[in-house]
Design a protein around this ligand. Sequence first.
Ligand SMILES: Cc1cc2nc3c(=O)[nH]c(=O)nc-3n(C[C@H](O)[C@H](O)[C@H](O)COP(=O)(O)OP(=O)(O)OC[C@H]3O[C@@H](n4cnc5c(N)ncnc54)[C@H](O)[C@@H]3O)c2cc1C
Length: 354
Amino acid sequence: MRVLESKPQFEPAARTLIVTDHFRNQMGAAARESIINEIRRFELFTDGRSAQVALAKPDLIIERSRLIPALAREAEQAGAKLSFDTRFLGIGPNARGLRLEVESGGKREELHADSVVGADGAASRVARASGWPPIETVPLVQAIVRLPKDCPPDTTRVWFVPDDTPYFYWLIPESAERAAIGVIGEQGSDTKRCFERFLEKKQLEPLEWQGARIPVYRGWVPVRRQIGNGEVYLVGDAAAQVKVSTVGGIVTGFRGALGVAEALLQNGKSRELTALRRELGTHWLIRRALHRFQQKDYSQLVDLLDASTRQSLGEINRDEATRLLWNVVRRQPRLVLLGLRGLLMGKTEKSYKL
Ligand SMILES: Cc1cc2nc3c(=O)[nH]c(=O)nc-3n(C[C@H](O)[C@H](O)[C@H](O)COP(=O)(O)OP(=O)(O)OC[C@H]3O[C@@H](n4cnc5c(N)ncnc54)[C@H](O)[C@@H]3O)c2cc1C
C-alpha cells in the first residue's frame, strides 16, 4: 500500500482539536499520546445566562502535530510506504484497474492501482477527478490565547450569539496556560470581523491564528465509485464526514476510514459506514433545528440545561424544570424528536426525565 502526501514532509501545523472519548478506542497506543488534556465540563453562555453540563466521559484535547506523525509511523510499521512531495493530479481506467497521474518531486509520474482511497480533505482532488460533485464548506477561525484566569483547564466554554453566527464560539483549554478560542461562521470576512470583536470584548490577545474551510454535511456522500475495473473511495473531509452540529471531523473521519477498510475487505459491506451515516444524519437534523434558533430559543435552551443540572443537584423541583422544557418543546418540537435532549442531557450526571 502507498500513501501519497503532497506536503514535503509531515510537519503539520499545530492545531488543538477536541474529540469525544470514542477517539481512545479508535487509536493505537502511539496515537493516543497526542492527547494533551481532558475536558470534564461544558459551560454554555447566551445573553447573560449560563449553564454547566458535566460530561460522564471526558472529552479529549488532542494535538494534531503529534497525532499525524504517530499515525504515519503506525502506517509504516503496518507495511505502508509513505511518499511525500507527491501530489495526486488525475485518475482514469486502465486494462487492470486504475491509472493515477501524480507529480512527485516536480516530475510527472504514472502509478497503477486496483483501489484508490481519497483522504485529501474538503477540496479533494480525488473526488473531483472521479466525478463526485463539490461539497459545501464554511469558514472556521481559531486563535490560541492565554487561558483566562477564571476558566478551569478542564472546562470548555461555548457561547451562542445568533446575531454573529448560527453556529457558536468556543474556548477549549489545551493546558493550564493556553486555550484555543474559535468560531464557525457562514461568510469568511464577516466571521473574522465578528471573531475579532468577540476577542476584544473578552479581552483576549491572540498569540497564533489557525483557520480553514471545513465541510458541511448535507446528506450522505456515497463513498464508492467504480472507474473501469477499479474502485475509488472517499474518507474524512473529502466525503463531508463532519458532525455538523459541532463541526467535528476527527472521530467521524476515522470512522469513515474504518468503514472503507471494512468495505475493501468485505466486498463493499460495512457496518461502520451504516452506523456513521445514521450518526451524521442525526447531527444534520439537529443542526437544521439550531440554524433556526433565535436568541430567545437559545436563552430557553440554556435555562433548561441549567435547570436540568440544578434539578440533578436537587436545587430546583421537577415542575419548574418541566415548564422550561415545555417552552423549548413548544417552539422547537423537532428538537425533541431529534433527541437533542438526549444528546445534550445524556451528558449530564443524571439524565432528565419528563
Ligand atoms: C482550525 C480547525 C479546527 C478544527 N477543530 C476540530 C476539532 O476540535 N475537532 C474535530 O473533530 N475536528 C476539528 N476540525 C476538523 C478536522 O480538522 C477535520 O475534519 C480533519 O482534519 C479531516 O481530516 P482529513 O484527513 O479528512 O483531511 P485533512 O486533515 O484536510 O488532510 C488532507 C491531507 O491530504 C493532503 N492532500 C491534499 N490534496 C492532495 C493531493 N492532491 N495529493 C496528495 N495529498 C493531498 C493534504 O496535504 C493533507 O495532508 C478542525 C478544523 C480546523 C481547520
